[in-house]
Design a protein around this ligand. Sequence first.
Ligand SMILES: Cc1cc2nc3c(=O)[nH]c(=O)nc-3n(C[C@H](O)[C@H](O)[C@H](O)COP(=O)(O)OP(=O)(O)OC[C@H]3O[C@@H](n4cnc5c(N)ncnc54)[C@H](O)[C@@H]3O)c2cc1C
Length: 383
Amino acid sequence: MTRVHDLLIVGAGPVGMALALALRDRGLDVALVDGRGRGASSGDPRVLALSRGSCQTLQRLGAWDGLDGTPIRRIHVSQEGGFGRTLIDAGEMGIDALGHVVRAGDLAQALDRVLGADGPTVIEGSRVASIEAGDDDVVVGLDGDRPGAVRARLVACAEGGIDDSAADVRSRDYGQHALVTLAESERPHDNQAFERFTAGGPLALLPHGRRYALVHTASPQEATRLAGLDDGAYMAEVDRHMAGRVRLTRVEARLSFPLTLRYRSKPTGPRTVWLGNAAQTLHPVAGQGFNLALRDVWALAGTILAAGTGDIGEARVLRRYARQRRLDRAATITVTDTLVRLFSNDIGPLAAIRGAGLLTLDACPPLRGLLARTMMFGARAWS
Ligand SMILES: Cc1cc2nc3c(=O)[nH]c(=O)nc-3n(C[C@H](O)[C@H](O)[C@H](O)COP(=O)(O)OP(=O)(O)OC[C@H]3O[C@@H](n4cnc5c(N)ncnc54)[C@H](O)[C@@H]3O)c2cc1C
């Protein structure tokens, strides 16, 4: 008889591996499949701001120790060409850090290390080409190095993207690209991050080791121009945006990522659940993509384990998961999308509203605390 796994995870990126870890040693037959070789994600050069909640989850998964994260103790938020600014301070909330900054590749490596050689079956070099859900199981067709079919009760798709042709996908092209790079500065960062809103898009400086990791959004044409500048000219552009708050002294090559919001209106289907960038691909403005994904992963693992059923792909299990995640998911997508659209322009009345918002936040510690807790823990902060 053909083997039927309890769960097949498509994509051994950080999200897929986190799910495999959350279900490890629980008596479930879990397999992972990835189009690339094992460990390929460790080359991901992006730098991620992990919320405090994500750091706690990674600790529970055993993947935090050995990860060289840089604490974020303060976040300075301001807008270029407008009044208002606010400072979110971990000390004011009685905690040591709002989150930590890690290299995405290092995070993937840490997760892979904990999964270990004796972890779940990993099918490498095989791409999932089709998914057919039936009454009792789902048949996943593979091509690549090991073509064939795999059966499972449930398939969790964490393949890192959403095909526009999928049935229930909503999307918005922001007309922005993110340039990412690492830079040294005249003065030490002192564990302070900056979020500077400019008319072309947000510019984030995250403390990373002794340097800053920059996520610099701009129109595609402007991003191409910025990527082509020599280092001195590029640093002068960043210094101009930062208006003296930070002065860069050395910068590395810039990599560009196109930014489009894409999300499935429902993250579940027959015997299928979508996670991470396969469920929603967000603008990096608030650094929420992986953080939201990890909250989804943790909730899904909890729902599966609480179901106490032999068939974890049953519709009632997926319904319970989708219900549990509805508010946090909708709020995170909406807040991220609103921030990009409200802040990425130089329309006078909007600049005044933004300035008033920043001043209100600055004058009102409880409001600031609520915002910080939301960024750290998602909608759980409201209960
Ligand atoms: C510039 C930028 C900055 C960001 N900053 C932050 C931040 O500060 N904080 C934050 O929380 N998030 C941030 N994000 C978002 C974060 O990077 C993503 O949420 C996260 O990397 C998604 O991981 P994933 O596992 O879903 O996908 P991926 O890392 O893309 O992994 C997908 C895996 O699936 C495999 N795969 C693909 N297709 C198939 C197939 N058909 N069959 C088999 N395998 C397949 C791939 O080989 C890959 O290994 C940022 C994103 C960008 C672009």
